[in-house]
Design a protein. Structure first.
Length: 201
């Protein structure tokens, strides 16, 4: 059974995170160096994670736990579709901003590193169907702008909720987390929501 970074089952695995995160952020994973600098045997890493791929998966799960992914899930579950849209966008941006350096490294490494790509599978799990469901809810509750269908809305949400969209504004434009949220929410409202829609009271 794989053991994640935050597991108490293999106590020796927990200090590894201090070495793993800088390695990933520098986009250079070397298990021998991680083991040496952590003061553990290389075999400990394999006991904890089973493989280099397992290490990346565990790092992604740990990232989601640490950045309170549950808050994003709760926001997206709001019964009012508009509030679910705006709240989940805010929470997603908060999560990305809090873990920006690690997130950027993982997404960049995943392009060329199959093991790192497994971390993205964890991070992106469920995003596409969630966006489709939210788009359908917006339509069913009368929030979608005239002429915008569920498929188009799903595509727009896929773009707006991506790490790359966040980072183009946060890093590329040097905007604060609050300003990124303002820009993304504005785009969502202007592209997706009917003009007559106002915030629920």
């Amino acid at each position: 059974m794989p053991v994640t970074l935050h597991s108490d089952v293999v106590v020796e695995a927990r200090p590894l995170r201090a070495q793993v995160v800088p390695e990933v952020e520098d986009q250079r994973i070397n298990l021998d160096r991680i083991a040496r600098e952590s003061g553990v045997a290389r075999s400990t890493i394999y006991v904890a994670f089973e493989s280099r791929t397992g290490l990346f998966r565990a790092l992604a799960r740990d990232f989601l736990d640490e950045q309170r992914f549950d808050r994003l899930v709760a926001a997206a579950s709001h019964p009012d579709a508009r509030e679910a849209l705006l709240g989940s966008l805010r929470e997603g941006i908060r999560l990305y901003a809090a873990g920006r350096d690690l997130g950027r490294a993982l997404f960049s490494m995943s392009v060329l590193d199959p093991d790192a790509a497994e971390a993205i599978v964890v991070l992106e799990h469920g995003r596409a169907p969630t966006m489709r469901s939210l788009a359908q809810r917006l339509k069913d509750q009368g929030y979608l702008r005239k002429g915008v269908g569920v498929t188009e809305a799903s595509d727009v949400l896929w773009v707006l909720t991506s790490f790359d969209t966040f980072d183009l504004l946060f890093t590329g434009r040097n905007l604060s987390e609050a300003t990124v949220a303002k820009r993304v929410l504005s785009m969502a409202e202007h592209v997706l929501l009917a003009e007559s829609i106002t915030s629920p009271t």
